[in-house]
Every structure is written in structure tokens, then in C-alpha cells.
Design a protein around this ligand. Structure first.
Ligand SMILES: [Zn+2]
Length: 475
């Protein structure tokens, strides 16, 4: 999270954004592997896999047929329907020579919807323009889907036999309900036995306009997300006869208490490491405070500086903020109810109920209720970095960007990773994405883009990761 923020700070300082270089590969000169990856990319971008369009099963079937044509057995893959969507899983069988448990490879097939009229061009037709691929999902997360699918296909076609099983887990509603995510994370014994998971939907590297390679963010934790409804109720009455208690005033007082409350400062190895890595980039008093906080997360002066800076305060603790209001029913009636929506971003490892109880305590008024807006929120722990994953990731990224170091990071949250972490499977966001600092992929937004260069250069990323983690000695 900090790294992302420092990147924003720097891109503002550096002035106008510059799109990453020119396309390294013109599509007339693609290698067969690049051409196949592009073909899959174009096909899946063409499928409107947003909620309500029912296209995810079709996409899963298409990917399954591609994987079958590369030599995978139909028996080793499964499309699991869930309402209008579906999950997909494939087991790449190893020879068992390492005794190691399987590794999961995560991506999601669904996208946030996009309206044709809002975009410059059809969001569901892949375009290549000015060195970028454009279309809904080119970054989030069909880039990951294509990368994993084409890597598994290439390895199979090369005759690669892993020394442990490798399992693809593609979900179908990551952007909305995460029903397929929960199904895969909690209800599948074959997936639960995995040693760890690598997520294509998080993590990534950056370099400056001058070509200086910055530390690579490996997502090892996510803040979890929960929304609470804070409600005050009142018998109400006629507005000509105000009473001493009033639902709107009660709620207003409660919100002011929430505004001034600071959740306790927390730190873990991940937030400390990312604060340390970001300190120099950020510079100034905030940078110094980051370095001090990394050394001693109890340093009061450092905490004060970081608390007062919008870009760094949210890494210190859980945060909750009022985002919507709904109160009263007529202009000439005393309100019978007033409700505020309070959205919280919860520090890894803190339970949702703990946050709810703290809000109730801060409000300190029994007349108000604090309830989860959705019962399905889950909290999720941080994943301790692992030497084997670090070594493999380092091999993959330094093959393209020598000297790039890896920094574990905590992101704002919302990927499938949080459910797998909760299920006890350490999960790391290790996408092959490398872009110029400040590059706007516009994921979820208009005219989503990914540099063409990033796409083609990243095609070996997962191959190197897999061969390092699951190759036999001779590889
Ligand atoms: Zn995503």
C-alpha cells in the first residue's frame, strides 16, 4: 500500500505522465507463443464476463478447451457452476518426486462491467493503440488469466513434468459476491491441502522514466473490508413539537465520535518492510517518519507525522469513515430513524466483530445499533514471506529487471487472496506486471489499459516461477 502511495507522490512530483515506451513487438513479428497469448487475450476480452451477463461459464469452457488442446486431460479439470457464473480448476500433475504439497495459481475470470457509451471504443473488443492494449479486463485480471493459461499450456507442450502438483484456480465473481472464491477456498479438500498460493491479481513492479528499477511489491497481506450500518431509531412525532431525543441528532453525535476516534496503531513485518522501502522515495519528514516507524512501530513522533499525512495514515491501523446517510421520512415530521453507512478497512488479523464492538463503544449510546451491512465479510491474516517464493520471484523479475528487490506489501484489499489466507493458505500477489511509475491502468475505470510491452515481456514470468518452484534439479 505504501509503495503505491509513494508512487503517486512521485508521479505528481515528476509532472506529466508518460506512457511506457513503444511496443517491443509489432504483431506481425510475434513468436508463436506470443501470438497464442494474444489470441487468448483477444478472445477472453471479447467475453463480457461482468455480473449479470452470464458469460463466465463460456469463458471457462473456452479456457478448458485450449488447455485440453495443449495436452491436459479433461479429467484433470473441472468447471464448477455457481448461479450464472462458475469457477474453473485444473490440476497439473507432478511426478511426486519432491513430496511437496501443491501450489495454487489464482486469477479471476469476471470483470467489473463497462458501458459501451462511456468508453472511447467498445470495451469488449481488444484494441492495440499507442503502445497499449485497451479493453475491460486487459489489466484486471484477464492479463493474469492469459498469463497462467498460456504458461501452463507452454509447459505442458514442452513436456515439463513438475515435481509437485500445480493447481489453477480461476474464480468467477471476485469483483462482486466472491461466492466462487469462498467455494474454492473453504469447500475443496483438494485445494485446502496446498502449501501456498500465488495470485496473479496483485503485486507488481515499476521503474522510473529514467529506467531506474524500483522495489517490486509482493502482496502478502490485505486490509479487509467491512461496512457497518449505524442506526438510531425514535418514536418520532410532529415537527411542531420537538422532543429532547432525536434520531438525526443522536446519529450526528455518534458520527462525530467516530470521526475523532483513532484505532490503535498496529504493525507487522510487512508494513514495516514496506515503510522502510518507501522511506527514501517519499523523502522529507514523512519519509523520515516512515524509516523511524519501520525501526520502531511504537515511536510516537513518527506515528504522529504519519497519522497527519493522508497518504500514510491508513497503513497504521484499521480505519472507519462515514460514507452515506439516510434519515427521516418527511420534512414536517420528527425522524423515526437515521442511518449512516460506515466503511472500515481492517488491519490484517483483526476480527470484524472486534471492530464492530469498538465502534459501539466509541458511540457509547445504547439507543443506536451497529450492524454489519453484509454478514459475509471475513477478516484475513497476513502471510509470512517465504524464502522459496522470494527466490523464485526474484529469479523471474531479475531476468527482466536486474537488481529489482522484493518488498512485501499490504494492499487496500479486495482480492481473492484474502479468503485463501483466511483458509490457512499463505498467499502472495506476484503478478508479472511491470510498468512505469505512475502508469494508470484504470482498472475498474474507463479505457482500462496495459502496455503492450508489459504484456509480451511478462509471458515468461510464470514459466520461471513455476520451473524454480516445481522443476526437477536438471531443469
Ligand atoms: Zn482483480
Amino acid at each position: 500500500m505504501i509503495r503505491k502511495i509513494s508512487a503517486t507522490v512521485m508521479s505528481v512530483a515528476a509532472g506529466a505522465l508518460v506512457l511506457v515506451g513503444t511496443a517491443s513487438a509489432n504483431h506481425h513479428e510475434l513468436t508463436p507463443a506470443q501470438a497464442k497469448a494474444r489470441e487468448i487475450y483477444e478472445t477472453v476480452i471479447g467475453m463480457r464476463t461482468a455480473k449479470g451477463h452470464g458469460k463466465v461459464p463460456e469463458m471457462a469452457a473456452y479456457l478448458a478447451s485450449e488447455l485440453r488442446s495443449a495436452g491436459f486431460a479433461a479429467d484433470d479439470m473441472e468447471i464448477i457452476p455457481s448461479g450464472e457464473t462458475a469457477a474453473f480448476t485444473l490440476r497439473y500433475r507432478g511426478d511426486g518426486s519432491s513430496d511437496a504439497k501443491p501450489v495454487l495459481f489464482l486469477a479471476h475470470m469476471d470483470v467489473v462491467d463497462a458501458k459501451r457509451d462511456d468508453w472511447e471504443h467498445d470495451p469488449f473488443t481488444l484494441r492495440e493503440e499507442d503502445g497499449a492494449f485497451l479493453g475491460r479486463g486487459v489489466a484486471d485480471n484477464k492479463y493474469g488469466i492469459v498469463n497462467l493459461t498460456q504458461s501452463f499450456m507452454r509447459l505442458k507442450q514442452e513436456g515439463f513434468v513438475p515435481n509437485r502438483d500445480l493447481i489453477l484456480v480461476f474464480t468467477g465473481d471476485e469483483e462482486t459476491d466472491m461466492v466462487t472464491t469462498r467455494m474454492m477456498a473453504y469447500d475443496r479438500p483438494d485445494i485446502a491441502e496446498a502449501e501456498f498460493a500465488l495470485n496473479s491479481d496483485a503485486g507488481g513492479g515499476a521503474y522510473t522514466k529514467d529506467g531506474v528499477v524500483l522495489p517490486y511489491d509482493m502482496q502478502a497481506a490485505e486490509k479487509t473490508y467491512a461496512t457497518f450500518n449505524v442506526t438510531s431509531r425514535n418514536p418520532g412525532g410532529h415537527s411542531s413539537r420537538p422532543r429532547p431525543d432525536n434520531a438525526i441528532y443522536d446519529l450526528a453525535r455518534a458520527l462525530l465520535e467516530i470521526e475523532s476516534f483513532e484505532f490503535p496503531v498496529m504493525a507487522n513485518d510487512i508494513t514495516r518492510a514496506s515503510a522502510r522501502a518507501a522511506a527514501a522515495d517519499v523523502g522529507g519528514d514523512v519519509g523520515k517518519a516512515m524509516a523511524k516507524f519501520a525501526d520502531d512501530p511504537k515511536n510516537k513522533k513518527a506515528i504522529k507525522v504519519l497519522r497527519n499525512n493522508v497518504s500514510s495514515s491508513n497503513m497504521l491501523s484499521t480505519t472507519c469513515v462515514a460514507t452515506m446517510l439516510d434519515a427521516g421520512h418527511a420534512e414536517n415530521a420528527l425522524p423515526q430513524s437515521a442511518m449512516a453507512t460506515v466503511n472500515c478497512r481492517i488491519f490484517p488479523g483483526v476480527e470484524i466483530d472486534t471492530v464492530r464492538d469498538m465502534l459501539a463503544e466509541v458511540i457509547d449510546n445504547d439507543a443506536l445499533s451497529v450492524e454489519q451491512a453484509d454478514e459475509r465479510y471475513v477478516s484475513s491474516p497476513a502471510s509470512d514471506p517465504r524464502a522459496d517464493v522470494n527466490a523464485a520471484l526474484s529469479a523471474a523479475i531479475t531476468s527482466r529487471y536486474p537488481g529489482a528487490e522484493i518488498v512485501p506489501s499490504m494492499s487496500a484489499g479486495g482480492t481473492d487472496g484474502m479468503h485463501f489466507r483466511r483458509a490457512g493458505i499463505p498467499t502472495f500477489g506476484v503478478s508479472g506486471r511491470f510498468v512505469e511509475l505512475g502508469y494508470r491502468a484504470s482498472a475498474h475505470g474507463l479505457n482500462e489499459r496495459l502496455p503492450v510491452k508489459t504484456f509480451y515481456e511478462g509471458l515468461d514470468h510464470w514459466i520461471i516461477l513455476i520451473k524454480t518452484l516445481a522443476g526437477s534439479e536438471q531443469e
